[in-house]
Write a new protein. Structure first.
Length: 136
C-alpha cells in the first residue's frame, strides 16, 4: 500500500477505488463493500486494501450527508460521483460500522498503521474518529 498521509484518501487503494467508482460505479457497489466489511466477525481477517476502500466509501457517505471533508485531488472525483448518487446517505449506519471494523483487531490496515511512526498512527486514528463522528 502506497501511503502519503493519514487521511482516508491518502493511499493508493482508496484513491484507486474512488477513481474506479467515479468511472461508472454504482450505489450497490458502495453498499456491498460497506456491508461486507461491517459484517466481518472480529475473528475474520480484514485485508488492508479492502479496509482502505471501505474507509473511502464511508467518507463518501459522509459527503452525501453534508458532512464530508473539503475535497482534495484524490477525493474530488468521488465527491462529484456523490452529487449524482445522493442516495448513498442511506448507508450511514453501515458506513459507521465499517469504519469501526477497520479500527478493530484482525485488520491489516490497523496493523500497518501500528507499525508506523507513533505520530502517524495517532493521526490515522484521529482521522477515523473524526469520520465516525461525522457519520453520526
Amino acid at each position: 500500500m502506497g501511503t502519503w498521509d493519514a487521511s482516508v484518501f491518502g493511499n493508493d487503494d482508496a484513491a484507486d477505488w474512488v477513481g474506479d467508482l467515479a468511472d461508472g460505479g454504482t450505489t450497490d457497489q458502495v453498499e456491498d463493500l460497506l456491508r461486507e466489511v461491517a459484517g466481518l466477525s472480529l475473528d475474520d481477517y480484514l485485508e488492508a486494501g479492502q479496509g482502505a476502500e471501505a474507509l473511502a466509501a464511508a467518507e463518501l457517505v459522509a459527503v452525501a450527508l453534508g458532512r464530508g471533508l473539503p475535497p482534495n485531488p484524490y477525493s474530488e472525483s468521488g465527491v462529484a460521483w456523490v452529487a449524482q448518487h445522493p442516495e448513498v446517505a442511506k448507508l450511514q449506519s453501515v458506513a459507521k460500522a465499517a469504519v469501526e471494523r477497520v479500527r478493530a483487531d484482525e485488520s491489516e490496515l490497523l496493523e500497518l498503521w501500528q507499525e508506523a511512526d507513533p505520530s502517524a498512527y495517532d493521526a490515522w486514528q484521529a482521522a477515523l474518529v473524526d469520520l465516525s463522528a461525522r457519520l453520526g
